[in-house]
Design a protein. Structure first.
Length: 320
């Protein structure tokens, strides 16, 4: 324990602070209110501002020095200092989450928000509602932390075009999508596994949005595929008829091509019979057509129709 006479001796306290700035905690109230003593402490470790007098925690030149040295010192500044742009600007440079403690007006400042998310993406959680809805700010937060996507506005979380842009920054945002857009990563792994073997795959999703989310992730993996939905239905029958070809991968939102037979190896008449037989035998050896339902459809009848696409007419095939 530091003797009481040392705690009130300026020269001795300055020496003690040089050894450990946290010795300031043992200083007398008079020395905790002494600018020279506190400057000396915060120059070594800005966090020691915590032990300064309330007056000096409200003294801008000293507070600036403290937060430049240690952004975490921002926590111990006065309410007035937490309303000051300059103080927060420098605090963010060493502690990105400083904005959590700032005045609400500063949480709505674009420049401070940008600086904050570049330092620590999680700081997006503490910004104003307006800035959580700013695409530029959210994208910069994602570059720092994919988890930050969970803090952006619900408007952006449900904006399909914006989600696709974010996926180009980090595919990990899949974990933080709204429930109706979430995907099953085991399904993606299964698609990749079977596709590498050359097995034809037919994937059924419950919505256009979800089919495009799956498609985007497959694009990230450089896996060739076709998305068949209301936006791309002109050649539906032709596409489905060739769903049994080697390496075929189709993502669809409905029981596409009703009445169209899926022939293993390819559509009859599209290639010579001898080659078609060779192709068919190869597809059989791979397990036939593999049908994946990403989730339950609107009715059991639709689920059964999807499953029925595999193993038609005694051919090999399976479904999950």
């Amino acid at each position: 324990m530091i003797e009481s006479y040392l705690s009130n001796n300026k020269k001795a306290m300055m020496q003690l602070i040089s050894v450990n700035p946290y010795n300031l905690i043992y200083a007398s109230d008079n020395l905790k209110d002494n600018e020279e003593v506190i400057y000396h402490a915060v120059n070594i470790d800005g966090y020691s501002l915590k032990f300064a007098s309330k007056r000096l925690q409200n003294y801008k030149p000293l507070v600036l020095q403290a937060v430049k040295n240690c952004g975490y010192a921002y926590i111990y500044t006065s309410k007035k200092m937490k309303e000051d742009f300059d103080i927060l600007y420098y605090a963010i440079e060493t502690y990105g989450l400083s904005i959590f403690y700032a005045d609400n007006k500063l949480k709505d400042n674009f420049l401070l928000a940008y600086k904050s998310v570049k330092k620590n993406g999680i700081s997006l959680a503490y910004l104003s509602t307006r800035l959580k809805n700013n695409k530029f700010i959210v994208k910069n937060a994602l570059q720092n932390s994919p988890y930050s996507f969970s803090y952006c506005s619900n408007i952006l979380k449900n904006n399909k075009e914006f989600i696709m842009e974010c996926l180009n920054i980090s595919t990990q945002i899949y974990y933080y999508l709204p429930e109706h857009l979430k995907i099953d990563h085991e399904i993606i792994e299964k698609i990749i596994e079977r596709n590498k073997l050359g097995q034809p795959i037919l994937v059924f999703t419950s919505s256009i949005n979800k089919s495009e989310v799956y498609s985007n992730l497959l694009n990230q993996k450089n896996i060739k595929h076709v998305v068949l939905n209301a936006k791309n239905h002109e050649n539906e029958a032709e596409i489905i008829a060739n769903a049994g070809k080697e390496n075929s991968l189709i993502i669809t939102t409905s029981i596409s091509g009703r009445g169209v037979d899926i022939q293993l190896g390819g559509k009859k008449g599209s290639i010579p019979k001898d080659q078609l037989k060779i192709n068919k035998d190869k597809i059989k050896s791979l397990g036939g057509l593999f049908v994946i339902g990403t989730e339950r459809m609107e009715s059991r009848r639709v689920d059964n129709q999807a499953r029925g696409r595999s193993g038609r007419q005694g051919d090999e095939g399976s479904s999950v």
